[in-house]
Structure formats: structure tokens, C-alpha cells
Design a binder for this molecule. Sequence first.
Ligand code: AP5
Ligand code: MG
Ligand code: ZN
Length: 210
Amino acid sequence: MASSIVLFGPPGAGKGTQAGNIVSITGKPQVSTGDMLRAALGAGTSLGLEAKGYMESGQLVPDEIIIGLIEERLTLPDASDGVLFDGFPRTIAQAEALSHIAQLSVVIAIEVPDSRIVERICGRYTCGGCAAVYHDTFNPTSAAGVCDNCDSTEMKRRADDNEDTVRTRLTAYHEQTAPLADWYRQRDLFVTVDGDQDIQKVGQAIALVL
Ligand code: AP5
Ligand code: MG
Ligand code: ZN
């Protein structure tokens, strides 16, 4: 079975930011449950409607929904050589389900202290054209309002990127997701990278792991 990679870490750790690099190095497609749920929400599907309230309040979407989404995603042809999971799994139940449907080579945890998270999340914007991730202070576009990657001028902010929701997301992370670190350590899959340094340095540290 082809092996997959998990990108793990708190909200705002830089999972989406680093994913592009990992995709270029490994050729494995990025599978972000957050992006998939936002796409479902945007398309107005019943799945999107079901997830909406959880996402807007910063709580985890129920495991059955997420596991179903992943099972379906892994049947697509581009997943046959393994994928890069971004933001999944987030509970022990999700990790257990995943262990039955995919083989992992490594779980890369991007470590960032809570004190950095709010400023990261509240300054984030993304390109509507290509989904590139930017930050008002830490990683702005070269020309204001124009994507460096695709020249789109459609910049978006996420509905859940506000201080209140970030606190709920952080609590969910510590209570439900952080215990996965030990779960994966016991399986010899867990590697940490210091995410509290500039974006290029984090990328270099991840490249060393790969
Ligand atoms: P999701 O979309 O996965 O959000 P998240 O985990 O909260 O993570 P983020 O996307 O906010 O952060 P990131 O690590 O990708 O950081 P980024 O690179 O953008 O999930 C959203 C919601 O969907 C959840 O709350 C939940 O409701 C639901 N959901 C999703 N998956 C689920 C699952 N498996 N189970 C249950 N529910 C699920 O960077 C953030 C900002 O920081 C950017 O502006 C960036 O430019 C900047 N930045 C990045 N790196 C650096 C750096 N090194 N230095 C300075 N700034 C940096
Ligand atoms: Mg993300
Ligand atoms: Zn773009």
C-alpha cells in the first residue's frame, strides 16, 4: 500500500502554508478536511450545511462526517500513491479509522505556542483564485491585493478567523487533537518541527524530515 503523510498542528500553525512545498517535493496531493468542508459549504451541499454550525463556532465536525469524507476522497485516482493529510486526523477515532484505510510514513507536527496563534489567524487572508495563504504582517502579497501566484485580486478572509472562534478552536485542539501526539509517538510515526520561526525555515525543517 502506498504511504501517506499527516501534517499535524494547532490552528494557524502553518499547515496550509507548508503544504504546497510538501506537495512539490513528494508529488502527493493535499487533502485538507477544512478546505473540503469549506468547499461543501460554498456549494451549499447537505454536508456543508451540516458542518456549518460546528465550523463557525470553532468546534470539531462529528467524526462520522469527516471519516465518510475521507473514505470517499481516498477512492479518487490521484490518491492511489498516498496523500498529504492537512488537518486530519483530529481525534483518536479519526486516527483509528484512518489506520484501516491508509498506511502512514510519518506524522509531521508543526509546533507553535498558543501565544502566537491569535495574531497568525486574525491576520490571515487567502487567494480566491488559487488558495495561496497570506498574512497582513508576516507574509503579505508583494503588490497589495494581488496574488503573487496567480494575479487574482479576489482575496478572502475565513468566517472562523476571529478571536472568539480561535479560542474555541484552540480548546478543541488541546482537548481532542493534542492527545494524538502520544498515539502516534507510540507507533513511531511522530516527528516535530519548530513552527515558531519564519516560513522558509519551517519549510527547510520539514524538507529534512521528508
Ligand atoms: P481547518 O481549515 O483545518 O483549520 P485549522 O486546523 O484551524 O487550521 P488553519 O487552517 O486555521 O491553520 P493552518 O495550520 O493551515 O495555518 P496557515 O498555514 O493557514 O479547519 C477548520 C474547521 O473545519 C475546524 O475548526 C473544524 O470545525 C472543521 N474541521 C476540519 N478538519 C476537521 C477534522 N479532521 N475533524 C473535525 N473537524 C474538522 O497559517 C495561518 C496564518 O499564519 C497565515 O496567515 C500564514 O500566512 C501565517 N503563517 C504561517 N506560517 C507562519 C510562520 N512560520 N510565521 C508567521 N506567520 C505564519
Ligand atoms: Mg489550514
Ligand atoms: Zn492566487
